[in-house]
Design a protein around this ligand. Structure first.
Ligand SMILES: [Zn+2]
Length: 563
């Protein structure tokens, strides 16, 4: 703290004359398009960093006095500098899965099976074939079958997580090992997809039914977890991200973070939301508290939030809706817990001083999440709690103003807000046009003055904030040519999105006093981009490249092209 204030005191105490000989900076960036607040106001040419903090922003001429014999100088030639990005909802543990069979970009059943066959053959040492990233719209009814896997891998169990993480596709061997048969009932909040005629499990498991097989997987070692986290954070740094909210951390993961943190190996600030069992009730608060005490944050890491899944996803009809899905079943999707149970649980987590982080996708789940936070405020009294609700795919218009009113942080995954196949084939048809108007209502929520934050939900979808930022502005796919936006009322501007990814993220982490912008005295968390986003057509935003990422002045990513 003392160090932090040394510079301003010097400046004020000694006066302008001494400024010609200001204490040299460690790094000066100059001749740039530097946006200290991420918004398009207050643009400057130069920025100086000392001891990890910003000590100067302004014209090039004024930066000269910070250049000493040991000061590194980076000539930006008009390149853009922004506060570094912050992702308020992602799953860094999925870095472990980067080494598994991957199907993320495959568009046909044949391509997925072909890739799986090659992956299994390449790894004869694996006792389980694990993979992830298959896309729901690739398969009829989002419902792939076990026989297709059996034909390729008959002798080893196969467990393949869908891209959205809410379904798994398994082979017969895996079902047998887990003892899942025709007579196994669906678990609460889970569904075993079955053959319509024989009633045999057909190979796809939804939500909690995934656990039936997942619980048989060999556990990850600490070494695997640490390596996976490092891979994920390295990817984050490449995209200019220096802070992540881990949206569902297990005790094993908290341990891995703590080990990396004390070894000085974390390359991003981590706010870990400890996974809460939605059916576990408030009794589990003691163990949440105990974990928080056992793995205290030291440098970059804070196990300070708790995460509750309120519902599932619309595509698999597991999201909780206020009115039924239009599929003639009359189902409207069951939330993972009753409204009363959620109220009690959220109030208990809030009372224990945790930041509450909820997953809510359907309009009923969103309303329940807001109701529970309102209940907690009434019950515990108002405090600076900064609760987060993530995803927010469908919000009833009546609930839109409640984010600002209840001081709830909406964490949007803006990359999902365009009419891809998830929307046109699996979402709009089951909602109908009237409700579909309120899909990802980012613009409406932004207009209410809520503190917007943003995130990728990686590895569900691309971690690159620039992809999501462009989609929020165009409401079209990142690669789509210019054209009419999907739900034009919900378009937002670049300034709104850059703020959500910077100052909004810092606010969500309770760190806005020292982070989230590049004002003097704040941490030098910044990125250099190869072009000025405010000066290019919006359809080019996703092609911009992060050349340099600094975490409190420390270089955590540098592109080879940077001179
Ligand atoms: Zn998530």
């Amino acid at each position: 703290m003392r160090k932090r204030w040394r510079f301003p005191i010097l400046l004020v105490g000694i006066g302008a004359a001494a400024c010609r000989h200001a204490e040299p900076a460690d790094l000066v960036l100059r001749h740039g398009a530097i946006y200290p607040l991420a918004t398009d106001s207050g643009r400057v040419e130069s920025l100086a960093i000392r001891d990890g903090r910003v000590v100067y922003t302004g014209e090039d001429a004024g930066a000269r006095r910070f250049i000493g014999s040991r000061t590194a100088v980076l000539e930006l030639r008009g390149q853009m500098v922004l506060p570094a990005f912050r992702d308020t909802h992602m799953h860094p543990s999925e870095g472990v899965g980067l080494g598994e069979c991957r199907f993320d970009d495959l568009k046909t059943k044949e391509a997925v099976l072909d890739s799986l066959g090659r992956c299994a053959a390449a790894h004869p040492e694996w006792t389980w074939i694990r993979g992830r990233g298959w896309q729901l719209p690739v398969f009829p009814e989002a419902n792939p079958r076990r026989e297709w896997l059996d034909a390729l891998v008959p002798d080893r169990p196969v467990f393949l997580t869908a891209a959205d993480g809410h379904s798994a596709w398994v082979n017969s061997r895996a079902l047998r090992l887990a003892g899942v048969t025709r007579s196994t009932p669906d678990p609460p909040n889970g569904r075993i997809e079955r053959d319509a005629r024989t009633h045999e499990p057909s190979g796809t498991l939804r939500e909690r039914a995934v656990d039936l097989v997942a619980s048989r997987l060999p556990p990850r070692t600490q070494e695997e977890l640490r390596a996976g986290l490092l891979r994920a954070l390295e990817l984050a740094n490449r995209y200019g991200i220096i802070a992540v909210h881990d949206a569902s951390a297990s005790p094993e993961l908290l341990e891995a973070y703590a080990a990396l943190d004390s070894a000085g190996r974390l390359t991003a600030r981590v706010i870990a939301a400890i996974h809460v069992d939605p059916r576990g009730g408030p009794e589990q608060i003691d163990s949440l508290r105990a974990w928080r005490g056992r793995f205290p944050g030291r440098h970059l890491y804070a196990p300070s939030a708790a995460k509750i899944f309120v519902d599932g996803v619309i595509e698999a009809k597991t999201a909780a809706l206020l009115a039924p899905y239009r599929d003639n079943t009359g189902r409207s999707g069951e939330p993972n817990l009753t409204p009363a149970a959620l109220d009690t649980l959220v109030a208990a987590i809030d009372a224990a001083g945790f930041q509450v982080h909820q997953h809510a996708i359907g309009d009923r789940a969103v309303r329940m999440a807001l109701d529970a936070l309102e209940f907690a405020r009434r019950h515990n009294g108002p405090r600076d709690a900064r609760p987060i609700i993530a995803h927010l795919e469908l919000i009833d218009p009546a609930d839109v103003p409640r984010f600002a009113a209840l001081e709830v942080i909406p964490s949007f995954q803006a990359l999902w807000a365009y009419a891809d196949e998830y929307i046109t084939r699996l979402t709009e048809p089951v909602l109908g046009p009237e409700r579909s108007r309120w899909l990802y209502p980012i613009g409406s929520v932004a207009k209410t003055g809520a503190h917007l934050a943003a995130g990728s939900d990686w590895s569900v979808s691309s971690m690159n904030p620039l992809d999501a930022i462009q989609v929020a502005i165009t409401r079209r796919g990142p690669d789509a040519p210019p054209g009419p936006p999907w739900i034009p009322e919900e378009v937002v501007d670049l300034r709104t999105m850059l703020t959500a990814y910077t100052a909004g993220g810092a606010y969500a982490a309770g760190a806005e006093a020292t982070q989230g912008s590049l004002e003097i005295g704040k941490d030098a968390d910044l990125i250099v981009l190869d072009r000025d986003l405010y000066a290019i057509p919006v359809t080019q935003i996703h092609s911009a490249k992060v050349l340099l990422t600094l975490l409190a002045g420390r270089e955590v990513w540098r592109d080879r092209s940077l001179h």
